[in-house]
Design a protein around this ligand. Structure first.
Ligand code: PAF
Length: 288
């Protein structure tokens, strides 16, 4: 398959390209993805391009972050369209490893985490952050970028990766990329492709409920009361609700029942039909 930008799958080939760039004194930005790229991913690539001389994007649907029965097989794989988007965005190199490049025969290592990895996504997907952290640690070690950009859409993942980079003394700067939304507010996600037209209409409520929750907190409402109202609204709108909650923006620690006394993040995971959606937004304590 001929792709419209340079592409490698073997780690040795990746390192050969990176070594030439480093020898020329160029800085390297990195955007790891699982493909099925949308404007949110392209915004991360643009952010990396604004910070570095060269940008690598990876596409790898990581089996280690899917549990049996999750959507690993169904996850959209659109390599040619993804490569077109990356080339148009100005990305310099696509790293698309095969499973055997990432998990060769005999691979046994995995990373376990606490702190920001506990609760929320982990309650429904206990294997998830170990799988993410292991693959991201490998990718960061393979690319050794100056800057790597991760979307705030996966806010818990972003904090987990920041913690991972700090704990493992990685030199890469982990940058957050803002969530990109449809005009009606739905956060872009590769999994939006699973939504039927009717479910797509309902999905937009997620952002509305979270924005309202954040606005209540910013207006001084008690967290417990505002959380109950948001949870009730989510239960009325969706087929099931895994969580709707406000947490400390820095650590994801639970907050007390009273008004906000520190920057928070309101986060939710819900099911619309067969699709599990997550979203989040910031909530700042009022200035007075
Ligand atoms: O957010 C994602 O797309 C994935 O979890 C990541 C960070 C590429 C690891 O597989």
């Amino acid at each position: 398959m001929t792709l419209p930008l340079p592409a490698v799958s073997a780690v040795s080939d990746l390192r050969a390209v990176l070594a030439r760039w480093r020898a020329d004194g160029l800085t390297i930005g990195f955007v790891p993805t699982m493909g099925a790229l949308h404007a949110g991913h392209i915004a991360l690539v643009s952010q990396a391009l604004s910070r570095c001389d060269r940008v690598v994007a990876s596409i790898f649907v990581n089996p280690a972050q899917f549990a049996p029965g999750e959507d690993f097989d169904a996850y959209p794989r659109t390599l040619e369209a993804d490569a077109d988007r990356l080339a148009a965005a100005g990305c310099h190199l696509l790293f698309a490893p095969r499973a055997r490049d990432m998990y060769p025969e005999g691979f046994v290592t995995s990373i376990t985490l606490k702190g920001p990895a506990e609760g929320l996504e982990s309650a429904a997907r206990p294997h998830f952050f170990s799988g993410v952290a292991t693959v991201v640690a490998k990718l960061l070690n393979q690319v050794r970028p100056d800057v790597a950009v991760f979307g705030e859409k996966d806010y818990q993942q972003l904090l987990v990766i920041r913690r991972l980079a700090a704990d493992l003394d990685l030199e890469t700067v982990i940058e957050a990329g803002e969530t990109v939304r449809e005009p009606d507010g739905l956060a872009l996600s590769s999994r939006n492709a699973y939504l039927s037209p009717a479910d797509r209409q309902r999905a937009v409520r997620l952002n509305v409920i979270l924005a309202d929750f954040a606005a209540q907190l910013e207006a001084g409402a008690g967290i417990a009361q505002a959380e109950t109202a948001a949870l009730d609204a989510a239960r009325a709108a969706f087929d099931s609700v895994d969580y709707v909650t406000a947490r400390c923006a820095q650590t994801l620690a639970p907050l007390g029942p009273g008004p906000l006394d520190r920057p928070a993040r309101v986060l939710a995971a819900v099911r619309v039909g067969h699709t599990r959606l997550i979203d989040n937004c910031a909530a700042h304590p009022s200035a007075d």
